[in-house]
Design a protein around this ligand. Structure first.
Ligand code: CP3
Length: 359
C-alpha cells in the first residue's frame, strides 16, 4: 500500500466539522469516513481482558467501563467515529422484562410478551431514571473524545427489532410469535409498538442531549417482513420514534439488514443516512433512495476473515461504485465478527482513507 497516502489524518480538530458529520449531511469530505458496527467487542484482546472480569450487563451499567470499552478501538485504529458501548436490549429491562445474556446462547428474556395483558403491563419510565448509566457513559466519553476530534454515536434498537426480542424471548429465525401477534391481534401489536416507539424516541433524544453527535436506529431484523407488512405495522411507529429523536437536531442513521426490497420505505420512516447490508450493490441502493441521500455500508463482515488481497479487492469495488458521491460512510453491512483478525481491521480502515483521499 502507498504509505504516503495512508497517513491521511483520521481526525480533524473539531468533531462537529469532522468528515463523519460532514458525510452524514452529504457534504464533501477530504476522505471517506469509516467506522465499524460492533467495533468494540470480542475480536479485540483489550475487550476480552475486561470481559473476563465483568459480565456484559455490568460493563454496560458502569459508565467508567462502558467508556473505556468505547475508547479501545479508537486508540487502536484511525476510526472516524466512536459508538457508545451499550446494547439494544437494556431498555426492555426498564419496561419490566427480565433480560439475561446466557453464555453461548445469546440474550434471553425470561418473561416474554405474548398477550394483551402482558403488553398493558409494560412500563414506559423516563429514560433519565431508567437508563442513566448510558447517558453518563456518553458524557464521560465525550471528555475523552473531544480532544481527539472524534464524534460519538448514540444508538437504540428500533421498535420492531426490540419487539422481536420481547415477544420471542430471545433471538429468532422465523419470528413466529412476533408475526403471529401482528397477524392475530393488530390492536395489541400497535399498542406494543406505541410503547416501544415512545421509549426509543425519548432514549435517542436523551442520548443526543447527553452529547451524542449522531444517532443510529438499529432495525436489524426488520428485513424479515414483507414491504406491505412494514408499511402497515412498522413504518408509523419507526417514524414516530425518529420524529421524537429528530427534535435533538442531530443526524440519524437508519439501519437494517435484508432490507434491499424496502430501502425506500425505511427512508420514508425517517433518517438522514440509510444503512445497507451486502445483499445489494451500493450504487443500486442509491438509486432506490431520494436524490442526495446519504448511505452507510456495505462490506460483508465475513470478508475481513479472508486474505488481504480479497479484502482490498472487495473494498475497492464498493468505493469504485460509490465513485466519490458525497454522503457516503464506509462500514460493514452488519457487525464485525468475533474471529476477525485485528490486523485486517487496521489495514481496512487505512486503505479506505488512502484510496479516497482527495487532497
Ligand atoms: O457497536 C458497538 O461497538 C457498540 C456496542 C453494541 C453492542 N450491541 C455490544 C454487544 C451495539 C451497537 C449492539 C447492538 C445490538 N445488540 C444489536 C443491533 C446490531 C446488530 O448486530 O444487529 C443487536 C441485535 C443486539 C442484541 C445482542 N447483544 C445479541 C444478539 C447479543 C449476543 C450475540 C453476540 O454477538 O454475542 C448481544 C451481546 C453483545 N452486545 C456483545 C457486545 C459486544 C457480545 C457480548 C459478549 O461480550 O459476550
Amino acid at each position: 500500500m502507498n504509505r504516503e497516502l495512508s497517513s491521511v489524518e483520521a481526525v480533524p480538530a473539531s468533531s462537529a466539522e469532522s468528515r463523519f458529520l460532514r458525510a452524514c449531511r452529504s457534504l464533501p469530505v477530504d476522505a471517506t469516513p469509516v467506522w465499524l458496527m460492533r467495533q468494540a467487542g470480542r475480536y479485540m484482546e483489550e475487550y476480552r481482558a475486561l470481559r473476563s472480569k465483568y459480565s456484559i450487563l455490568e460493563m454496560i451499567k458502569s459508565p467508567e467501563l462502558a467508556s473505556e470499552v468505547t475508547m479501545q478501538p479508537i486508540r487502536a485504529y484511525n476510526l472516524d467515529a466512536a459508538i457508545i458501548f451499550a446494547d439494544i436490549l437494556p431498555p426492555l429491562e426498564t419496561m419490566g422484562l427480565q433480560l439475561e445474556f446466557v453464555k453461548s446462547e445469546g440474550p434471553v428474556i425470561h418473561n416474554p410478551v405474548r398477550s394483551r395483558a402482558d403488553v398493558e403491563a409494560l412500563r414506559v419510565v423516563p429514560v433519565e431514571e431508567a437508563l442513566p448509566f448510558t447517558l453518563d457513559a456518553i458524557k464521560l466519553t465525550r471528555k475523552q473524545l473531544d480532544p481527539l476530534g472524534v464524534p460519538l454515536i448514540g444508538f437504540s434498537g428500533a421498535p420492531f427489532t426490540l419487539a422481536s426480542y420481547a415477544i420471542e424471548g430471545g433471538s429468532s429465525k422465523n419470528y413466529l410469535h412476533t408475526k403471529g401477534l401482528m397477524m392475530s391481534d393488530a390492536r395489541t401489536w400497535h399498542l406494543l409498538m406505541e410503547k416501544l416507539s415512545a421509549l426509543v424516541g425519548n432514549y435517542l433524544f436523551a442520548q443526543a442531549q447527553a452529547g451524542a453527535y449522531v444517532l443510529q436506529f438499529f432495525d436489524s431484523w426488520v428485513g424479515a417482513l414483507s414491504p406491505a407488512d412494514y408499511r402497515e405495522y412498522i413504518l408509523p411507529h419507526s417514524r414516530h420514534a425518529i420524529e421524537i429523536a429528530s427534535q435533538a437536531n442531530v443526524p440519524i442513521i437508519h439501519f437494517g439488514t435484508n432490507t434491499s426490497g424496502m430501502l425506500d420505505l425505511l427512508q420514508e420512516a425517517g433518517g438522514d443516512v440509510i444503512g445497507v447490508d451486502w445483499h445489494i450493490d451500493i450504487d443500486t441502493a442509491w438509486q432506490r433512495l431520494k436524490p442526495g441521500s446519504a448511505i452507510q455500508g456495505n462490506l460483508d463482515p465475513v470478508t475481513l476473515l479472508g486474505p488481504w488481497s480479497e479484502i482490498e479487492k472487495r473494498t475497492r469495488e464498493i468505493l469504485d461504485r460509490v465513485a466519490g458521491r458525497p454522503g457516503y460512510i464506509f462500514n460493514l453491512g452488519h457487525g464485525i465478527l468475533p474471529t476477525t483478525p485485528v490486523e485486517n481491521v487496521r489495514r481496512l480502515i487505512d486503505f479506505v482513507h488512502a484510496y479516497t483521499a482527495t487532497a
